[in-house]
Design a protein around this ligand. Structure first.
Ligand code: AMP
Ligand code: ZN
Length: 479
């Protein structure tokens, strides 16, 4: 049973999706005004692994992560650089795409952008006002926090702390210091859109309420982001969705990742203690960086230092070496023929055990360090047994299990360029083999041997080749 920590209830709960086996998930994405730092990349990586584990568990996941492409930071940076806000956004969205590939983040179902949803935002703000939770002061629209009784349910910050001004923006137009901006009136030189309150642009919190609802419907299952977003961003999202649409619990499970720290301080641009994801990925093996980002349980802090990255580099090597030694043994057996031994049973047993252990750990609120410990126990077993295993099928199964499990953590053992041996195998050879297998599958289907056809498809899936049947015949892509 999968148990997940829910920030809303401050407890670990059994994970039960709202509807059948579909999971609707929204993760706050980057503000595309600058190069993301490696702390932001932690957030991207942990939610990618959570998504992959949910898919492994058989859920159909719709995964939405946005780009914040209009806010104060975007406007200030575009002005500094003398370019349009849209140009700045395009530059850093393409930077994100690069990081997405390098960190092996599975592309989102949709990456919506705030500026693509201005009409929906205007509609929501209008509803909030009509329902008595918002007010307009000369073109600035605010959410009235005192009007919404449940305010604070997520962050559980005492109301007196909120009125003191330490946590909230001071603005003389506000009727109450806790109120927050839904819509900001146009200032000279800023991008703006038409609205019933005059030209302006949305407040930051509005976009995620609107885009979550647009793509997933309300309520949806999981909303993720860093712990810094609990207040005010997510608190305000809840208030907006409840006030506009009457849905008091718009999100069933709130997941918040812990911070990446440097010298125990949160990595952040404003504090100046950061390394960009780009710098880190230029200096280290991409897969090792990805592995490093999931070496800690996702809610705990994770320190960024050379030792931690070096350890991840070594861990990756151990995993790849184990995979290589299995491949090596398979090719020997292909030459000399299978000769089963006692060790075959032991390896098959270890492959079963690692799957069970991995699932047990990941079922405990995505405990990736525990899951990695299981993988390393398996790697040790492989190293001990591989030379004496005589059955190629057992070896293939062990390799498939290792590949599948580390794949959830973002390590791609099937990528031909990721292994030395693989590097020698050209992509043409690989394509030829896949096409040949698909021909065999077609023949099996024609002779109504659907078991065999499914076996070929499932086996290809295990090694990262996704087969789809179209009216023009089967197609495949690397997943
Ligand atoms: P931003 O571009 O600042 O909106 O951040 C993108 C994502 O990274 C958000 O989910 C943030 O909460 C998260 N984040 C920001 N700083 C850190 C950090 N030091 N460690 C982990 N996650 C972070
Ligand atoms: Zn958000």
């Amino acid at each position: 049973m999968l148990k997940v920590y829910n920030t809303r209830t401050r407890s670990k709960e059994e994970f039960v999706p709202i509807e059948g086996n579909t999971v609707r998930m929204y993760v706050c994405g980057p503000t595309v005004y600058d190069y993301p730092h490696i702390g932001n990349a932690r957030s991207f990586a942990v939610f990618d692994s959570i998504r992959r584990y949910l898919e492994y568990r058989g859920y159909r996941v719709t995964y939405i992560t946005n780009f914040t492409d209009i806010d104060d930071k975007m406007i200030n940076r575009a002005n500094e650089e003398g370019i349009e806000v849209s140009e700045l956004a395009a530059k850093f969205i393409s930077e994100y795409r690069k990081i997405e590939k390098q960190l092996n983040l599975k592309p989102a179902t949709v990456n919506p952008r705030a500026t693509e949803h201005i009409d929906d935002i205007v509609e929501m703000v209008d509803l909030i006002i009509k329902n008595g939770y918002g007010y307009d002061v000369h073109g600035d629209v605010y959410f009235s926090v005192p009007a919404f009784d449940a305010y604070g349910s997520l962050s559980r910050i005492p109301m007196d702390e909120l009125t003191s001004g330490a946590r909230v923006e001071v603005d003389e137009n506000k009727k109450d210091p806790r109120d927050f901006a839904l819509w900001k009136a146009e200032k000279p030189g800023e991008p703006s859109w038409d609205s019933p309150w005059g030209k302006g642009r949305p407040g930051w919190h509005a976009e995620c309420s609107v885009m979550g609802r647009h793509y997933l419907g309300l309520p949806f299952d999981i909303h993720g982001g860093g712990q810094d977003l609990i207040f005010p961003h997510h608190e305000n999202e809840i208030a907006q969705s409840a006030a506009a649409y009457g849905i008091e619990v718009p999100v069933k499970y709130w997941f918040h990742n812990g911070f990446l720290t440097m010298d125990s301080e949160k990595m952040s641009k404003s504090e100046g203690n950061f390394s960009t994801a780009r710098e880190v990925l230029d200096n280290y093996d991409h897969q090792a960086v990805r592995l490093y980002l999931v070496t800690g349980q996702y809610r705990q802090p994770l320190d960024y230092n050379a030792k931690a990255v070096t350890q991840a580099i070594q861990s990756l090597e151990r995993i790849k070496n184990a995979a290589d030694s299995i491949r090596g043994r398979i090719s020997i057996l292909e030459r000399i023929g299978s000769r089963e031994s006692e060790d075959d049973k032991k390896l098959a047993e270890a492959a079963k055990k690692v799957r069970e252990g991995f699932e047990r750990e990941m079922d405990d609120d995505f405990n990736t360090p525990g899951a990695l410990a299981e993988i390393f126990a398996f790697v040790r077993e492989i190293n001990t047994l591989v030379g004496d295993v005589g059955g190629a099928a057992v070896l293939r199964e062990a390799l498939a299990v290792l590949t599948e499990l580390v794949g959830i953590l973002g390590v791609n053992l099937t990528d031909a360029s990721a292994t030395d041996e693989g590097a020698a195998l050209t992509s043409d050879t690989l394509k030829g083999v896949i096409e040949f297998l698909l021909e065999l599958r077609e023949e099996a289907r024609k002779s109504k041997d659907f078991g065999k056809a499914d076996q070929i498809r499932d086996r290809l899936k295990q090694i990262g080749v996704e087969v789809s049947d179209t009216k023009d015949g089967p197609t495949w892509k690397l997943s």
